[in-house]
Design a protein around this ligand. Structure first.
Ligand code: AHM
Ligand code: MG
Length: 337
């Protein structure tokens, strides 16, 4: 075949989301599309800042401590501000929950819309200074009928989210999104300033060959996890052991899991009674994406999307990925270890 001609019919994220709504025959008001446009803009802005971080001295500590008592990085603070400002200005949001802010932000009447966005503006902060992949994670709820937008609108199971996704800032910026109708991946074309559909209908292989856990915590792990991991490393004779991959950025570890298959886990253990990851803006969006891609997401004993949150920053154990791999973990939990 000869040289490929450049496509004159590119599918941008906005076009794709709109065509999805046409297909579904939904009475779309365009509100969600506009909200997603605002989110795309924040991702482009954050991607730009991540790129030039080292040049303009955005790496290093910002000198403040966040809700979880961790020191904030300058890029975290910046990314949070970018998202709050843009989401408020979109006029489509009523409640915002950010990992970086202790309290939920209730949007004033002038800008109030019908959606709530829960997000971690820049996840994987321990990787920033080393230039390793980091990302933004977000989940979207529609406010309850009749609600003016309160914290109750986000203290709902993940299964009620209308959309969720993440943007990974790596060698390219990749936005992966579900609106409850499968999962699609888009890559930022920097010249166009548009996210272009590059990974249509992502499906997780039913079984993988990679496990992704912080095994440095193994001495705290509960028996089901220890025994499960041993089963991967010391399989019955004739079978190959799994490969270990752990970046320590949930977005990057989940992204790889969606594309290659396998399992990502951050369990609860003797030290971290509820694990580390946050339910609302880390576990829920990733669980939603995983299930939409044909995988499973569990705490070990419960489907993650069924959990009813009681506070906005609560944590939750996470195992997610290929269906068969997650079912294997569940067997260890059911068998009592
Ligand atoms: P952060 O929100 O402070 O960045 O922490 C969340 C990150 C996840 O991206 C990642 O999966 C996990 O923490 C890694 O934790 P650990 O360093 O304990 O392995
Ligand atoms: Mg974070």
């Amino acid at each position: 075949s000869g040289e490929e001609l450049p496509s004159t019919d590119i599918i941008t994220l906005t076009r794709h989301v709109l065509s999805d709504q046409f297909r579904a025959g939904a009475v779309a008001t365009g509100d969600l599309t506009l909200l997603l446009t605002a989110i795309q803009t924040t991702s482009k802005f954050i991607a730009t800042n991540v790129r030039k971080a080292r040049l303009i001295n955005l790496v290093g500590l910002a000198g403040e401590t966040n809700v979880q008592g961790e020191e904030q990085k300058k890029l975290d603070v910046l990314s949070n501000d970018i998202m709050i400002n843009s989401l408020r200005a979109s006029g489509k949001t009523a409640v915002l929950v950010s990992e970086e802010l202790e309290e939920a932000v209730i949007i004033e009447d002038k800008y109030k819309g019908n959606y709530c966005v829960v997000f971690d503006p820049l996840d994987g902060s321990s990787n920033i200074d080393a230039g390793v992949n980091i990302g933004t994670i977000f989940g979207i709820y529609r406010i309850k009928p009749g609600s003016k937008g309160t914290i109750e609108d986000v203290l709902r199971p993940g299964s009620e989210m209308v959309a969720a996704g993440y943007t990974m800032y790596g060698s390219s910026a990749n936005l992966v999104l579900t609106t409850g109708n499968g999962v699609n991946g888009y890559t930022l074309d920097a010249a166009l300033g548009e996210f272009i559909l590059t990974h249509p209908d992502i499906r997780i292989p039913p079984r993988g060959k990679i496990y992704s856990f912080n095994e440095g915590n193994a001495m705290y792990f509960h028996p089901p996890v220890v025994n499960y991991l041993n089963s991967l490393k010391f399989p019955p004779s004739g079978k190959s052991p799994y490969s270990a991959r752990y970046i320590g950025s949930m977005v990057a570890d989940v992204h790889r899991t969606l594309l290659y298959g396998g399992i990502f886990g951050y369990p609860d253990d003797k030290k971290s009674k509820s694990g580390k990851l946050r339910l609302l803006y880390e576990a829920f969006p990733m669980a939603f994406l995983t299930e939409q891609a044909g995988g499973l997401a569990t705490t070990g004993t419960k489907r993650i999307l069924d959990i009813v949150p009681t506070s906005i920053h609560q944590r939750c154990p996470v195992f997610l990925g290929s269906r068969d791999d997650v079912q294997d973990v569940l067997k260890f939990y059911k068998g009592g270890g």
